[in-house]
Write a protein that binds this ligand. Sequence first.
Ligand code: ASP
Length: 443
Amino acid sequence: MGVKVAKFGGSSLADAKQFEKVKKILLSDPDRHVVVPSAPGKRSPVDDKITDLFYECNRLAASGSAMDRVFDQIGARYREIAADLSLSTDLDTLLEEIRRDIQLGAGADYAASRGEYLNGILLADYLGWDFIDAKDGVFFDAEGRLDSERTQRELGALLRAHAYAVLPGFYGCDAHGKVKTFSRGGSDITGAIAARALDADVYENWTDVDGCMMADPRIVRNPEPIRYVTYQELRELSYMGASVLHEDAIFPVRLAGIPTNIRNTNKPEEPGTVIGYEAEEYESEYSITGIAGHKDFAIINVEKTMMNSELGFGRRVLQAIEEQGISFEHMPSGIDTMCIVVHEDAIAGKKEKLMARIHELCQPDTVEIHSGLALIATVGRGMVRAKGTSARLFNALDKAGINVRLIDQGSSEQNIIVGVDNLDFENATRAIYRAFVTKDQRR
Ligand code: ASP
């Protein structure tokens, strides 16, 4: 018998119908011992997220305005779920207590956390499982960072004391005993730390998509799902803009060697995407794992003849960048050129000063800043072994008439990054996708 921790996102628990799907999923596998719910999310694109409404209540209360209209909207959502599922939870008392606390200035974190708290209580009632308040098991230190050691110890003991439990996501307890939340989307983190605390076999993250896709569906129509991705690959893809999980939800499970399985609550028959450590058993049918990218980068190009033999040149260029408080993203370099890639907005208003400082410190032949660059990362653990990956990639871009302005292949050999004009971003992404992912490109 194994142990699974299952986190369900806001859209998976947005109304009674979704609650029913969640119950079915949970009860279909006795290994699912712990469930981590988010607050109810949107039921349609124009709907409100409960967390947003709670933040709004707090804002209104803090500015001395009446929050009743918004608070009643929140109450109505929970009451509807409870009524549709015939639950016996005393929502009136709970809601009144929360209304009073927010009005008395309990603060934004407390207010926002109540979305998960109430949803957790309703879900526990519906499942007949124990409710554990995350305030009793998730701890932050005096600096406001997660206290991993204490959480690991105390949450582990707490969860083990219950055969089946509901642990609301998104919040915990700060060093003064007050409720504190993670950043937005933080229920993912609670799920990951619960999985680690229990040394679970798998961390299931249930959402409303089939898993990670090989490319952004807003750019490539119906991209293929990724069946298996390593934590390292996912890091490279999410850095480049593919967003699946909260960034901080990766670390605890990766550290503990626990795989994460992204699943779709609305299609539980789909296997979803497994994010794991070792990928050996999962031979992908394509030689790449995914493509992700981002617009609005700039390249700082510094040229100097015989740069390679000048001691400290690179350090001085980076010093100039550091002095302006700019952090850089990549640094692909040639013999006599250094290219530093930065986010466009990181150098906004600083260009002149930066160029002047590089001139002063490094006496280069030229310094130029080129804006409007998009970066596209083609990521795949299989690249190391597959021959001709870069030839196929550049061929595809050439055929699509796209000018490549920068190439950077990380030393991990899992990632080839190309820089193209912002305007070519979508076409280049589609060209790369077609080159690697059409059915006849299977290995
Ligand atoms: N409910 C919180 C949010 O909307 C946390 C989460 O859903 O993960 O950000």
